[in-house]
Design a protein. Structure first.
Length: 82
């Protein structure tokens, strides 16, 4: 039985203000967001690379996830203009 839940993750481009969104598996997202942080006992957890957490995702979509986590995002167009 598939009980997976999808979450729309948003990131807004810091340069042009364009908003991008990607649908991700909620549980995978939460696991990735928590990775690298301390667990309930104060022990650091291993960091999960975004490409390991979301291996089927395009690089552009991964950038949206990274942007959401980091709080700073550039869209494809603005990356190309750099
Ligand atoms: Zn942009």
């Amino acid at each position: 039985m598939d009980t997976s839940q999808l979450l729309d993750v948003f990131a807004t481009c810091a340069a042009c203000g364009e908003q991008s969104s990607v649908s991700v598996d909620l549980a995978t997202w939460q696991e990735w967001m928590k990775s690298g942080e301390d667990d309930d006992n104060g022990n650091p957890t291993p960091t999960i690379n975004v490409q390991d957490a979301f291996p089927d995702m395009t690089p552009a979509n991964r950038e949206v996830l990274i942007g959401n986590k980091a709080g700073w995002h550039l869209c494809n167009v603005c990356w190309a203009d750099l």
